[in-house]
Ligand binder design. Structure first.
Ligand code: CP
Length: 372
């Protein structure tokens, strides 16, 4: 598999890479506000198998601002997916139509799977409950724009951290950039254990966990709120039990610092009351705008080959597929069920698509490839 020039996960990026993207975005901010005469003569394909307002439209605007052109679909039912076309065939073919692609898909690991069959850069615009790395780039940019720096800040990640893909990507990037994170969620919607393990493995510590938002907010520099991800719940019962379990209102904001930055990837449902929009600390609409210069920077750098993925480590193919029902390897059955052996946890393997872990005796597995 070739994973050289895609943007699939923040975990593939060094701190230096993140800083370079943010700096490039800073250079594009004026152009993002004023329009473009910078033709890059490229075509962006937007393949959205799941609903989106900001990600799709801001990528399209970013490409137009750069002087490029856009093709794509916003509803997979109007594409040949409705006739049963695989991700692999779609991306093989698409590589002849466009120079770069952004996709959103309900399956975890779908962007990685698509990238394996594409010869053009693939950008992950959200893969199920897994990751949303370009949202993370604009989240970092927002914090940098509002506070001037990221290192040393106390950032609360609040809400549905179980299914909230923006929080999974952002947690990694914030730790990489030197911020402190505090996870605040309703019981049962905590950060998934496989995400916590990834953070511990890379940064040597687990993020702090807190359930009382009123107590936590007093020391926060940034409050990052996410909605309950209704579309990922297995039953309506579970969703309605969680709905309304946290609300950011003017009373809660009275406990926060005067320079708090209140963020939300949007869409908001009812977790931030509309009265809070008048509070100058509410940064979520400014945050949505920052998607333009950041996505301009990503398109520009990926088209120029300035962002490269790290070399892959060895992996193994397991007989049984990933236990995560939402993993792309459970629906695109031609994908080999590949897993990465974990050095620190004997007999534990991580699915290369969705990061879920599986425990199994190592000798039962066949090592099929080792890459330098
Ligand atoms: N923040 C975000 O991903 O918004 P959309 O779902 O509207 O793209």
């Amino acid at each position: 598999m070739i994973f050289s020039h895609h943007f699939l996960s923040v975990r593939h990026q060094s701190q230096g890479n993140l800083e370079q993207i943010l700096e490039r975005a800073r250079g594009f901010e004026k152009q993002a506000r004023a329009g473009s005469d910078h033709p890059i003569n490229s075509i962006l394909a937007t393949l959205f198998y799941e609903p989106s307002t900001r990600t799709r439209l801001s990528f399209e605007t970013a490409m137009h601002r750069l002087g490029g052109r856009v093709i794509g679909f916003a509803d997979a039912r109007t594409s040949s997916v409705a006739k049963g076309e695989s991700l692999a065939d779609t991306f093989r073919m698409l590589s002849h139509y466009a120079d770069i692609a952004v996709m959103r898909h309900p399956r975890e690991g779908s962007a990685r799977a698509a990238a394996a069959y594409a010869t053009i850069p693939v950008i992950n615009g959200g893969d199920g409950g897994h990751e949303h790395p370009t949202q993370t780039m604009l989240d970092l940019y927002t914090i940098q724009s509002e506070r001037g720096h990221i290192a040393g800040l106390n950032v609360i990640l609040c809400g549905d951290l179980l299914y909230g893909r923006t929080a999974h990507s952002l947690a990694w990037a914030l730790l990489l950039m030197g911020a402190n994170i505090i996870c605040v969620s309703p019981h049962g919607l905590e950060m998934p254990s496989h995400v916590m393990h990834l953070l511990h493995e890379r940064f040597g510590k687990f993020p702090a966990v807190e359930y009382d938002l009123t107590a936590a907010i007093a020391d926060a520099d940034v409050l990052y709120v996410t909605r309950i991800q209704k579309e990922r719940f297995l039953s309506d019962e579970e969703y309605f039990a969680a709905k309304g379990s946290y609300t950011i209102d003017t009373e809660l904001m009275s406990h926060a610092r005067s320079n708090l930055v209140l963020m939300h990837p949007l869409p908001r449902v009812d977790e931030i009351t509309v009265e809070v929009d008048q509070d100058p600390r509410a940064a979520y609409f400014r945050q949505a705008f920052y998607g333009i210069p950041v996505r301009m920077a990503l398109l520009d750098m990926l088209l120029k080959g300035e962002i490269k993925l790290p070399t892959e480590v060895g992996y193994v193919i397991r007989e049984e597929r990933c236990p995560n029902e939402m993993c792309v390897s459970r629906s695109e059955l031609y994908l080999p069920p590949e897993f990465e052996p974990l050095a620190e946890k004997p007999d534990t393997y991580r699915c290369i698509y969705c990061d879920h872990e599986v425990e199994e005796k190592r000798e039962e597995w066949e090592v099929v490839e080792e890459k330098a």
